[in-house]
Design a protein around this ligand. Structure first.
Ligand code: IPE
Ligand code: MG
Length: 218
């Protein structure tokens, strides 16, 4: 969800205003995803690298995560979304972890759309964490293959990623789902995240549907 800061700067507003506006996008977007029959969707909310931002912005973001969980989760629950947190616990304030846990518990039985919130998430961190837990479990080297490895990712039940949507025109992966995007299609748009809409999401799905995926085949 990139481009909140630039959206605000262009309006002479503080960056926090961009983050707030970015949250307003979520309801129509998740509705569109549900309607389109999307099975799972991951929102990249905060990366393991985002701690490098000024302390005030980090604080504002943490506050917004808690506030958004309180405000949006009941509504998402009614619409049948199952929320799951992916990321490292260490470093996140207890109140954020608590809000995430509550959201997971409240929505655990829903099955319309799986929404993964990537928070304090890094693709490399996820791979390292998986390797650590495999070693803790004492897996012998010959037991480690791609399937076994994937079972140690943060959300082993999640389907393979089909499509990555990158807003604000950046042409990089930024440590997002490194393992899972091996064969993902990319949709890059200049649109800044607060301006991203259900209509554009639908256009991204259409663009995806028109591509031919060979996955290394001929
Ligand atoms: C994305 O918007 C929000 C988070 C990473 C939390 P940015 O804050 O990265 O917006 P830009 O890149 O400065 O425009
Ligand atoms: Mg950015």
């Amino acid at each position: 969800m990139d481009g909140n800061g630039r959206w605000a700067q262009r309006r002479w507003l503080p960056r926090a205003a961009g983050h707030r506006e970015g949250i307003a996008v979520l309801t129509p977007l998740l509705e569109a995803a549900g309607r389109a029959g999307v099975q799972a969707l991951t929102l990249y909310a905060f990366s393991t690298e985002n701690w490098k931002r000024p302390p005030n912005e980090v604080k504002t973001l943490m506050r917004l995560f808690i506030e958004t969980a309180r405000k949006k989760v009941p509504e998402l629950n009614e619409r049948g979304a199952r929320l799951r947190f992916v990321g490292r616990n260490e470093g996140l304030p207890e109140r954020v972890l608590e809000a995430l846990r509550e959201a997971e518990e409240l929505t655990a039985h829903n099955d319309r759309l799986d929404v993964y919130i990537a928070l304090n998430y890094g693709g490399r961190a996820e791979i390292v964490d998986a390797a650590r837990r495999m070693m803790e479990d004492g897996l012998p080297p010959e037991a480690v293959d791609e399937e076994a490895f994937a079972r140690y990712l943060y959300a082993p039940e999640a389907p393979e990623v089909d499509l990555v949507i990158r807003t604000s025109g950046e042409l990089r992966v930024s440590n997002f789902l490194l393992w899972q995007i091996a064969y993902a299609e990319f949709y890059v748009t200049e649109t800044l995240w607060p301006d991203f809409s259900a209509e554009e999401f639908t256009r991204a799905l259409e663009a995806f549907a028109s591509r031919s995926r060979r996955r290394g085949g001929a």
